[in-house]
Design a protein. Sequence first.
Length: 253
Amino acid sequence: MINLKNKVAIITGARRGMGRTHALILAQAGAKVAISDISLEECEKVVSEIESQGGIGLAFKCDVTNQKEIEEMVAEVIKKWGKIDILVNNAGVFPLKPFAEMTEKDWDFVLDINLKGYFLMAKAVVPNMIKNGGGSIVNISSIASGQVGIGYAAATHYVASKGGISGWTEALAVELAPFNIRVNAISPGLIDTPMIDVIKKNKEAEKVILSKIPLARAGKPEEVSYMVAFLASDLASYMTGSNVVIDGGMLAG
């Protein structure tokens, strides 16, 4: 039912993990997809996967903290495909470090990628979305974002960034609604991607986390990607400023 035919999407952090799956599923739904990440070679592999399934993709080496690289990518997508309908802000890092050991450099590294990168990407695509009469921005946040009754030790910088995304999504949705640009967020729980390898290496910690999830397992990337595709589509035409939790029941539990 999700039809993204004739839509153009940019996905950040798309060389692996959830970003890769977002790209594959949006392409399967008919979108032309720009794959963006810090490794061009790995992005090209995702494009090859998309093309092998009959889809259309472009690979870009783009650091979301680098405004020049972002603007060049956006300009090239518009030149190639004429417009941008969908932005999936997915790029993120999850380095664990106790607060007592955290440096300003550690803090800036996470906030620059996880939060400022979302801002820079939106700034680059929104003018084209306004020009073309609308669009959809999907921001990947996290249940590790504060105000959910669960604290996350050794991740204060990560939690600050994700909390910022959740609040920014609401504010941006209000500002862009007059231009028919919808802005929504998704807050995944534990999803089985390379980002949680640091948790999986500690079997005791993994066991404790899984014990708090009613479905008793980590989520699959595609279980988030289907919601990305829905929010990007016209089926979600009355949704903006929302934050959809996909966590196997962890917050409910």
